[in-house]
Design a protein around this ligand. Structure first.
Ligand code: PMP
Length: 383
């Protein structure tokens, strides 16, 4: 079995989370919105416990947490859900960046086709968005700025803390896709000023198929986000449909575990990174990291192994390591990473770049064995 180094695509479920979910599936039948029996009451209690666990991790009020099917849906609701308000207020300008996940980028582009004015900011060669580049684009009709916290391909931490302060002062809605940072940059997320925030549970060792949209209250009022679907009053109508109680319980537990083990996890991630960077630097292969490593989250490396085709490397090292060369959501059809392209990297550099991402439970011994094999193969592939 090869070592899994693609946590940014999906992290393995924590066994404790799985246990909680199995218990719900086995012993807590019912619909959390049923009002006529105890089964419903018990399911509702489980959902509300999970809501509190998410709120505790993020340092917010539980009433600000809305469960969805994942970050894709959360991003869509956060952005498209503002359409009615935008029309009402005559505010139809949206700013985002070219390195967002497609769930933001494609949604904003779709809004553009529906008559919204859209500005898409390119990153600096460092892989980070320049705060001033965003601020310069603000106009009197700016409705929304949507910038991710950590990029899924490069691990670059974006300057959302500074941006949040500025946008808050100007009363402009700010959405943050925190899918890759939730449960990792805990203090940053607690002090960040935002109106809407999205994440998926499976990136922090929770189950796939559940996520959160946070709507922060200002003066006791939620941001003017409306549902983009019809059919029920669940989650205050923000996300209609039966609440998947076991998934939600798993999401809550994953958040609780991330909060409890925050310090320990941070150290473990840094240790894995040090091991990988040591091995790369002593491999004898010429390499360059993509993005400013001082701003890189400790669970990701995006590296160009010069002269080594990433496709050839991934195919020939499948039995050692599960790595990737871009986002899983766009990896079915190979085209050069749009994130690395936006950073201004050459096609050749992008062709030779791989993404390695890991979690706190990544086994260092196994890593040393399997990653060594990968580097030996890479050395043979150098052209
Ligand atoms: N945003 C970011 C930054 C992501 O990395 C991902 C998952 N790759 C998503 C959104 C979408 O998450 P999901 O597929 O779980 O909806």
């Amino acid at each position: 079995m090869s070592i899994y180094l693609d946590y940014n695509a999906s992290a393995p479920i924590d066994p404790v989370v799985l246990e909680v979910m199995i218990d719900v599936y086995k012993n807590h039948i019912g619909n959390a919105d049923s009002r006529t029996h105890e089964f419903g009451d018990r399911a509702r209690t489980i959902v509300e416990t999970a809501r509190k666990q998410v709120a505790s991790l993020l340092g917010i009020n539980a009433a600000e947490v809305f469960f969805t099917s994942g970050a894709t849906e959360s991003n869509n609701i956060a952005i498209q859900g503002l359409e009615a308000y935008a029309l009402e207020k005559g505010k139809n300008h949206i700013i985002t960046s070219s390195i967002e996940h497609k769930a933001v980028l494609e949604t904003v582009k779709a809004m553009g086709r529906r008559g919204f004015e859209v500005d898409i900011i390119d990153p600096e060669p460092s892989g980070c968005i320049d705060v001033n580049a965003v601020l310069q684009k603000l106009k009197s009709n700016t409705l929304l700025v949507s910038i991710m916290h950590v990029n899924n391909e490069t691990g670059m931490i974006q300057p959302v803390l500074e941006l949040g302060e500025d946008l808050h002062a100007r009363n402009i809605l700010f959405h943050v896709d925190a899918t890759q940072s939730c449960g990792k940059l805990i203090d940053e997320l607690r002090s960040l000023k935002y109106d809407m925030l999205s994440f998926s549970a499976h990136k922090l060792c929770g189950p796939q198929g559940v996520g959160v949209l946070v709507l922060r209250k200002k003066n006791y009022k939620l941001p003017p986000v409306r549902s983009i679907m019809y059919g029920g009053q669940q989650e205050h109508g923000i996300r209609p449909g039966t609440i998947p109680v076991a998934l939600v319980a798993g999401c809550g537990k994953a958040c609780e575990i991330a909060e409890i083990h925050a310090d320990d996890n941070r150290k473990k991630l840094a240790k894995v990174k040090a091991t990988i960077t040591d091995m790369i630097s002593t491999s004898g292969i010429e390499y360059s990291y993509n993005g400013n490593q001082e701003r890189c989250l400790d669970n990701t490396i995006n590296v160009c192994l010069h002269g080594v085709s990433s496709e050839a490397l991934m195919i020939s090292t499948k039995k050692y390591c599960g790595i990737s060369n871009g986002s899983a959501c766009t990896s079915k059809s190979y085209s050069p990473s749009y994130v690395l392209t936006a950073m201004g990297l050459s096609d050749e550099r992008i062709d030779n770049s791989i993404r390695i991402s890991w979690g706190p439970e990544t086994d260092l011994e196994q890593l040393r064995i399997d990653f060594k094999e990968l580097l030996l193969v890479a050395k043979k592939l150098v052209q």
